[in-house]
Design a protein around this ligand. Sequence first.
Ligand code: NAP
Length: 210
Amino acid sequence: MLIGIIGAGHIGSALAYLFSKGGHQVEIANSRGPETLSDLEKEYGDNVRAVTAEQAAGDGEVVVVTIPLGRYEELPAAELAGKTVIDTCNYYPSRDGHIAALDNGETTSSELIQRHLSGAHVVKAFNAMRYDHLREYGREGGAAQRYGIPVAGDDPAAKRQAMDLIEQVGFEPVDAGTLAQSRTFEPGADVYTADLWADDLRARIGIEAA
Ligand SMILES: NC(=O)c1ccc[n+]([C@@H]2O[C@H](COP(=O)([O-])OP(=O)(O)OC[C@H]3O[C@@H](n4cnc5c(N)ncnc54)[C@H](OP(=O)(O)O)[C@@H]3O)[C@@H](O)[C@H]2O)c1
């Protein structure tokens, strides 16, 4: 599959590593332009190509958005229409500036992104584990236990697609409900960056457990 990644920092490059290792083609973008990503291209080899954000959005069958949340309105909404968009972004007011609707708990950060990307199917995932753990903690499918990755989304087909990718890179997806319910694994939640085995995570925030 061709996977677009918008954001080439800690999480974007960890996911480019995992997806390309799993045999996917990756197009990855930052805000400064593909020419600034030549080192990353060299490091990851032929399966990873640096492009513009618009290209990654337009070409990717699935597109990961992994940028500082404060810049979400820069995401190319037209190119992302109709796509499954995996959102890893978290809200940190000290970095992102204050967003009233998040400060007063009116909405979740993924719902804000979904509102901006109104034609896309946003799924929140890969936001609750540190980038270095994400890179290292994946395990083969037959492993007795795997770390859980919480997943939330309003479109079942898009959520399934994200869950399949999570499995492929060695983690167990845990269905945590809708985008409105994703606050259970946002910063401040007790499971956030807790690196829980999937069964434990499911017992705490899985929608089956609700
Ligand atoms: N670090 C973690 O362990 C971790 C874990 C889970 C979730 N997260 C969340 O995931 C998101 C990414 O985190 P990170 O640590 O990977 O951030 P990071 O290392 O600061 O990287 C951010 C990346 O986003 C790019 N970017 C910013 N605005 C953009 C735009 N409009 N279009 C395209 N690219 C843009 C930056 O490109 P330029 O440098 O060219 O501006 C940079 O490549 C954040 O919301 C963070 O809170 C982080």
